[in-house]
Design a protein around this ligand. Structure first.
Ligand code: SF4
Length: 410
């Protein structure tokens, strides 16, 4: 029998967990009621938009892709979301960086298809920003996107996929990088990987630096002889350590965890700055874990699917949803036959997350989640609430289906 104090303990542990709603792409019956479209509608209901007030300006932060990169969140889901927000009296708009907004039509996103306007997150020239102070590895300020800052409600609507630097891109990256002007995103957040010293200029002659450049099969070591400056492109570095072998006896170069972690920590700091501009009750997160590619949507190209399609997750807790998404991806594992052949140091070790297997063990996607939790952005403990699981719908009696036998336009 459970003692009272044990019940209290169970209740307090339960209180510390956050709900994550999940609809799987898999279904227990070949019928609409059991499929992801119907599950998604139930997820929208379960998430509860009642905190959205009439006339609230609701930012749906997405990545609308670039060029040929069409494997973004299908407009089908955006449209349903917009409809649900409009029911509350809120005023939704989709937002992303100016270039992605400008050519979003090429990937099917328009005001007509989404059901609401599409507005550049930091104005048409990326200059509408609020400068926020930070103190992190040599960076003292960042430019937060003004349109996101001005919104009353945040719908953090992310596509879950891989990323060459932190390993993974989901809701945290969607606002951490996508919530800032390009100069902050590229020069400051991406640039932070170079803060912790990894190359000793005094120990390295120009000839040796050129040898290091030659040693890297991924061509990610760059040396500027006129400045005697060497930089590692950590995005493409797969930690094969061939450069370290070439550096033996000189000891001028290090490939270390610290540089990768700096990016992950900065992502968490930046995401928190965005979240802090919203009332906690008005933050909603989605990870659309469909078309899970190795690289992010910024690449602007179609890519093979490296993890089976999983479904859609939603939560009010930014940390819990990210943890749950990473766990589901880990459980699913890599589709080995789809791994791009140019990834040269893939390590199919089960103890590593699939994205670490692809990009190297230093690119642990859980790191950002851990930093975010430390910053108080949420909890990594979650209760996964599966909506209409395949097991459940397999046992259910399907409603009578109407099939199109004439042009009914239903
Ligand atoms: S570890 Fe490998 S991929 Fe990374 S810089 Fe060195 S040689 Fe290049």
């Amino acid at each position: 029998m459970l003692k009272i104090e044990n019940i209290d303990l169970i209740l307090s542990v339960k209180k510390m967990t956050s709900k994550v709603y999940f609809g799987s792409l898999q279904h227990g019956k070949a019928n609409r009621f059991a499929s992801l479209g119907a599950k998604y509608e139930k997820i929208l209901e379960s998430l509860d938009f009642s905190s959205i007030e009439k006339k609230d300006k609701v930012a749906i932060k997405m990545h609308l892709g670039f060029n040929d990169g069409y494997q973004t969140v299908p407009v089908f889901f955006v449209r349903k979301l917009v409809k649900a927000i409009k029911k509350t009296g809120g005023v939704p708009f989709v937002t992303d960086n100016p270039t992605a907004v400008y050519n979003a039509v090429n990937r099917g996103y328009t005001e007509e298809t989404c059901g609401c306007p599409i507005i550049p997150v930091a104005g048409i020239k990326d200059g509408y920003v609020y400068t926020k102070k930070v103190d992190f590895k040599g960076v003292d300020s960042v430019d937060l996107a003004g349109v996101l800052h001005d919104a009353d409600v945040l719908i953090n609507f992310a596509h879950a996929k891989g990323h060459g630097l932190p390993g993974f891109g989901g809701v945290i990256k969607n606002i951490a990088l996508g919530g800032f002007a390009a100069k902050t995103r590229w020069n400051k957040i991406h640039g932070v990987v170079h803060f912790d010293k990894y190359w000793d200029a005094d120990k390295c002659t120009p000839e040796h630096a050129k040898k290091l450049v030659e040693s890297c099969p991924e061509k990610c070591i760059n040396y500027k002889e006129d400045k005697h400056e060497l930089k590692v492109g950590f995005y493409n570095c797969n930690q094969c350590m061939k450069c370290i072998k070439a550096d033996e006896g000189v000891g001028s170069l290090e490939i270390k965890q610290e540089n990768y972690d700096a990016f992950q920590e900065f992502q968490a700091i930046a995401a928190k700055l965005v979240l802090d501009t919203f009332d906690k009750k008005k933050i909603f997160n989605f990870n659309v874990a469909l078309q899970i590619t190795a690289f992010c949507d910024c690449m602007g190209m179609p890519q093979p699917i490296v993890v089976n399609e999983i479904g859609i997750l939603a939560s009010k807790d930014t940390v819990a949803i990210e943890q749950a998404t990473l766990d589901l991806i880990k459980k699913e594992g890599l589709l080995e036959s789809s791994i791009p052949p140019f990834l040269n140091n893939v390590q199919l070790k089960p103890e590593l997350h699939p994205f670490q297997q692809l990009f190297g063990h230093f690119k642990d996607p859980y790191k950002t989640v851990q930093y975010a939790e430390k910053l108080g952005m949420g909890t990594s403990k979650y209760e996964l609430i599966e909506i209409l699981s395949p097991e459940e719908t397999a046992k259910m009696e399907p409603p009578k289906e109407r099939y199109e036998s004439e042009p009914t336009f239903f």
